[in-house]
Design a protein around this ligand. Structure first.
Ligand SMILES: *Cc1c(COP(=O)(O)O)cnc(C)c1O
Length: 391
């Protein structure tokens, strides 16, 4: 499906690849054609902000991957993952409404909820990820939506999606899952009854660290309303990024298989190393959500978070000793990437403030790429060995 879904068998100029339609607007032969377009008698493009053929094919592929070819499910590509998240929240939450979201979440999502949504008169309650009693207790008469990531970042908590959906249905709420860390290869929230799924396509879906895009996937009615909203807000995906995304998706299944394999192997290796205090990875039996993650996911992805036996400086030394992963704030690409969250996304906070949001100085987030598994482990082994020598 990653290779063929969404792609018409015959294309312009008999090209085997989907052409990049680099156009900001589309021409009409005459005024009758304009009227036919408005009346829906012909299917065609009108203007770049309302749609683009390359973008539409990427959307069709993503909808198929997420839903397993359900014709009632559509996808909307956006300029970035954050644009997908913020636009969905703007659309779902009228002034005076309330949102429940889980705590271990993407920093900018939390920032949006706490700063901009509050300004628009939308209230929220943050509950601990996987605390379903707290989640249900937070629901008010004004609550419209429950938002969570799964797996979460950086502790990789995995939500029990049927349980989340049951709570939402009891209170007639919509559910939104940011499944960037899982991708449709590992988890299918729509099949569990979740209403909307968002992904940062910048990560695993694109897979090569060369594009920014986001996607929202759900039932056609709700996606069509979001598409109209995008026509106003303007956060469209450009045709070049859509092409790169299509190109990256061709190898999606192969890449995910290796990301899953590397994540698990690295997590197992780290969990047995004396200089590592704790490893957070849903594939390990020690992870609090291991049973749910095993039941609901095909694999557990490439991101492994772990705590080094040492302080901020010792942890930085480990990160600096790694030769394969780049120090960079992203994940999901073919190259492994590593960050010490206290020096990256949470740098401007004090140690106390970081502890309050659960970020310890000795925490490392390693996003395994698709390098050879043994090469990655050998690199970690040499970096950890250097710690032994210097302490
Ligand atoms: C990266 C990321 C985002 C934001 O996506 P961008 O494409 O960087 O805007 C949102 N949610 C999660 C879980 C992410 O990892």
């Amino acid at each position: 499906m990653a290779i063929h879904a969404g792609e018409p068998r015959s294309r312009a100029y008999d090209s085997i690849t989907t052409p990049i339609v680099q156009a900001s607007t589309y021409t009409f032969a005459n005024t009758v054609a304009v009227v036919d377009h408005h009346e829906g008698r012909i299917e065609r493009e009108e203007y770049g902000r309302y749609g683009n053929p390359t973008v539409r094919i990427a959307e069709a592929k993503l909808a198929a991957l997420e839903s397993g070819n359900d014709p009632e499910v559509s996808a909307l590509l956006c300029s970035s993952g954050m644009n997908a998240v913020t636009m969905t929240l703007l659309a779902m939450l009228p002034t005076g409404s309330h949102l429940v979201l889980t705590d271990d979440c993407y920093r900018r999502t939390r920032d949006f909820v706490r700063t901009l949504l509050v300004r628009l008169g939308v209230q929220h309650t943050i509950v601990p990820a996987c605390d379903y009693e707290a989640m249900e207790a937070a629901i008010r008469a004004e609550t419209r939506l429950i938002l969570s990531e799964s797996p979460t970042n950086p502790y990789l908590r995995v939500l029990d999606l049927p349980r989340l959906v049951a709570i939402a249905r009891r209170h007639r709420l919509k559910t939104l899952i940011d499944a960037t860390f899982a991708t449709p290869y590992n988890i299918r929230p729509l099949h569990a009854g979740v209403d909307l799924v968002v992904h940062s396509a910048t990560k695993y879906l694109g897979g090569h660290n060369d594009l920014m895009a986001g996607v929202i996937i759900g039932r056609e009615g709700i996606i069509s309303a979001l598409r109209d909203m995008q026509g106003i807000l303007g956060g469209v995906c450009d045709p070049n990024s859509a092409y790169l995304l299509l190109r990256g998706l061709k190898t999606f299944a192969l890449r995910m298989e290796r990301h899953n394999q590397n994540g698990l192997a690295v997590a197992r290796f780290l969990s047995e190393h004396p200089r590592v205090l704790r490893v957070h990875y849903p594939g390990l039996p020690t992870h609090p959500d291991h049973a749910i993650a095993t039941a609901q996911m095909r694999g557990w992805g490439g991101v492994v978070s772990f705590e080094v036996d040492g302080d901020l400086e010792t942890t930085s030394r480990l990160v600096d000793s790694l030769r394969l992963p780049y120090i960079a704030p992203s994940l999901g690409g073919v190259e492994s990437m590593v960050v010490q969250p206290s020096l990256m996304s949470f740098y401007e906070l004090t140690t106390e403030e970081r502890l309050h949001v659960g970020i310890r100085d000795n925490l490392v987030r390693l996003a395994c790429g698709i390098e050879d598994t043994e090469d990655l482990i050998a690199d970690l082994a040499q970096a950890l060995e250097q710690l032994e020598r210097t302490c």
